[in-house]
Design a protein around this ligand. Sequence first.
Ligand code: BTX
Length: 332
Amino acid sequence: MESTRSKLIHLLQDREREYVSGQVLSEALNISRSAIWKHMKELEKDGYTIEAAPRKGYRIVHTPDKLSANTVKWGLETNWLGQRLHHYSSVGSTQLHAHEFAQQNAEHGTVVLADEQTRGRGRLNRSWHSRKGEGVWMSMLLRPEIEPHRAPQMTLLAATVLAEVLKTHCGMKPQIKWPNDILSNGKKLAGILTELQAEHDQIQYIVLGTGINVNHEAEHFPEEIQSIATSVRNETGQSFELTPFIQALLQTFEKRYEEYMEHGFQRIKLRWEAFAYRIGERVVVKTAKREWRALLLGIEPDGALKVCDEDGKEEILYSAEIKWGKDEDENT
Ligand code: BTX
């Protein structure tokens, strides 16, 4: 059920910048006019500027910069993604909260956002630095009706969405390093963590986490990752407001997700390839068992990575790391 507050925001949003009378709001929401007034005061606490004019009603004249469930939902043009949204100023990891919501039967498309993570997670128990107010630390709860073996395609889908938004919204030329890193000029700008809960050949849910460094200055990163990490601001010289950036991400993700559900992976694959990093080049590939020099041939129709070793033997990998950068022994 949509909350009264978000219904109120939708009503005001539908008539952007125009007054909506207390009477209309109270009838639409089935609450008293004094309850409407109380909701307006709550919105003001979130940083909205609301004008109330006698006989005209209410209108929102300024939506705040500060991240909150309301600011993100205000103007968010999605049907299901992010329409249930939980925002925290500080959490250990948004992934953990999203798992909890999932286990309490939260809906497909529920989003968890935080200003800061104190225990942001990467893959394989690595940590993800998530500085307060400077990036997008977000987990989406998805309940796709696909077989579990297709779940890794969600990571590639998310990577193409991030790359697409970084290109269109921020004017960047990002690259995707298989399977989940977004790079700019060879440095890591964003990462994706896909966690799956499945049973008997059925996906119960996926928690898809994205971490994007947006407004960090170089020295804001911990020393140990300063040589490999970058941010949108570092790369473009510009700061970006987080709210419209997140809205663009959610809108694009919903669109591409629906495309994927309707038409399968092929279109995502083409988009992914347009951003692919070092295809046709020699890199070092590492799996749990070994590490070797290989030529990156591309991705398979199902999203697996195709490489070729120095003797010309081709291999298809479902899980591996590509090492990159000046020093290919560096941790990724
Ligand atoms: P990954 O395992 O590919 O990358 C983790 C590695 O990246 C670390 O070991 C470190 O070397 C480097 N690193 C750590 N923090 C940063 C950073 N901010 N920028 C660039 N490099 C960094 C990638 O894992 C998946 C990351 C997902 C993060 C999101 S944030 C929202 C959600 N919640 C959560 O706890 N994780 C996800």
